[in-house]
Design a protein around this ligand. Structure first.
Ligand SMILES: [Cu+2]
Ligand SMILES: [Zn+2]
Length: 203
């Protein structure tokens, strides 16, 4: 592992890409993964470092909002995504946790007020919520949300450089084109992770 990571540090960006994908293939070469076995293999996949990540930041109305998402490609196809978000807006009077819509938007431009991120990532030209970028909502707990889920609507390379957006309201999964999910309160550009195994980008 030391040899591979020190070699990776000397390599060019293109070489790093090749080295890390070779390392990943090697790691899983002897295993056959499928959706049905993901629950058994989840810990093996997530023990490896994330192949991509994003750091979420809040808009002007929610400057304390922050968080991360980690992206793990599944060898048989699709992506495991783990999210952890802090300082979501919530009302103390609310009796239950709140939901916040989450999507991958087409354009990875998180300049304020997050109005340059374009529509939901939708290579298939389908209606909402069948867009590839339509994700399960976050479940907030007094401002904190943790989630992990699997999707085979895209492969990881498709979403590198795009934006992960968190909205102020729940996705109604009906209204076109984006589920009437309220303001864009959090945004992060999905970035490939070239760092050494065991390194996690922190919030
Ligand atoms: Cu959205
Ligand atoms: Zn959508």
């Amino acid at each position: 592992m030391t040899t591979v990571s020190s070699a990776a540090q000397k390599a060019s960006e293109a070489d790093k890409r090749l080295l890390l994908s070779a390392l990943f293939r090697h790691h899983f070469a002897d295993h056959t993964y499928s959706i049905v076995t993901l629950s058994q293999n989840r810990t093996a996949i997530m023990k490896f470092y994330p192949s991509a990540y994003t750091k979420i930041t809040g808009n002007a109305d929610h400057p304390a909002l922050r968080g991360t998402a980690y992206f793990y490609p599944v060898p048989s196809g699709g992506v495991l995504i783990e999210t952890e978000i802090f300082n979501l807006p919530y009302k103390d009077a609310a009796p239950y946790s709140q939901f916040y819509a989450m999507h991958i938007h087409e354009t990875g431009d998180c300049s304020l007020p997050f109005d340059k991120t374009g529509p939901h990532y939708n290579p298939g030209g389908l209606p909402h919520p069948q867009h590839a970028g339509d994700l399960p909502p976050l479940l907030g707990n007094r401002g904190y949300a943790y989630g992990a889920f699997y999707t085979d609507r895209f492969e990881l390379p498709e979403i590198i450089g795009r934006a992960l957006i968190i909205h102020s309201a729940v996705d109604d999964f009906t209204t076109q084109p984006s589920g009437n999910a309220g303001d864009k309160i959090g945004c992060g550009v999905i970035t490939e992770n070239y760092e050494t195994p065991g390194w996690f980008p922190s919030v």
